[in-house]
Design a protein around this ligand. Structure first.
Ligand code: PGA
Length: 252
């Protein structure tokens, strides 16, 4: 069975000290609470080790927001998947629309990043999603299908089943505009159908597909109640523990 997952994405926010303050607050808030989903926090690289240490012994896991497309060597400024893994982070967000748009990450490059992540036993949280003009010109299904095919569909069934997917309509990220529950369900069902065609029912049914894009305490329950929405990738609302907690609790 697929898992319900709430993953935070801090993006380029918080100093290390602020990150640790968040961890301590979230730990306090979660203490003695039953949590019915996996919880992952995506931090900047340099926070990973300390934040992972701080959540040790809890159910909260830690994710990087990117990794290098190469294994090791003379790539100044890059951070490899094995380095991320050595911090006790367990996940890595790949293909975020901000990386695609601002750092020119192509489907080919992302294919290599996914392979690097998998070879270091990191779970990729792979993001797909269309821009506003693509939705308005009715190309959103094609765009998302191409993103999946372009980076993931050469993976074996076994490797593909290690992934988490996130549908993040670009027009909803950081804008306060959320896809309606119907729009989210429609795209998640389309993604699952695309996976059925490529990898079969079992893999498709076991793949968690998260929704991202202005998901918050006020709309999480409605979004997550859709049959094909298995949780969220949360940006702005993951920056404060008190705002993040109700999103986790949307699964209670
Ligand atoms: P947002 O970001 O929740 O601030 O819209 C989501 C994301 O980019 O992962």
């Amino acid at each position: 069975m697929r898992k319900n997952i709430v993953a935070g994405n801090w993006k380029m926010n918080k100093t290390l000290q602020e990150g640790l303050t968040f961890s301590n607050e979230l730990k306090k808030l979660l203490n003695n609470k039953s949590v019915n989903c996996e919880v992952v926090i995506g931090t900047p690289f340099i926070h990973l080790s300390e934040v992972a240490k701080s959540f040790k012994g809890t159910k909260v896991m830690v994710a990087a927001q990117n990794c290098a497309d190469k294994e090791s060597g003379a790539y100044t400024g890059e951070v490899s998947a094995s380095m991320i893994s050595s911090t006790n982070a367990t996940h890595v967000i790949l293909g975020h629309s901000e990386r695609r748009a601002y750092y020119n990450e192509t489907p080919e490059l992302l294919k290599d990043k996914v392979l690097q992540a998998l070879s270091s036993n990191l779970t990729p949280i792979f993001c797909v999603g269309e821009a506003l003009e693509e939705r308005e010109s009715d190309k959103h299904f094609d765009v998302v299908a191409e993103q999946l095919k372009g980076s993931l569909f050469e993976l074996s069934k076994d490797d593909f089943s290690k992934l988490i997917l996130a549908y993040e309509p670009v027009w909803a990220i950081g804008t306060g505009k959320t896809a309606s529950a119907e729009q989210a369900q429609e795209m998640h069902a389309f993604i699952r159908k695309t996976l059925v065609e490529k990898y079969g029912e079992e893999v498709a049914n076991d793949t968690s597909i998260l929704y991202g894009g202005s998901c918050n305490a006020g709309n999480a329950k409605e979004l997550f109640s859709n049959p094909d929405v298995d949780g969220g990738l949360i940006g702005g609302a993951s920056l404060e523990a008190e705002k993040f907690l109700p999103i986790i609790e949307a699964f209670n």
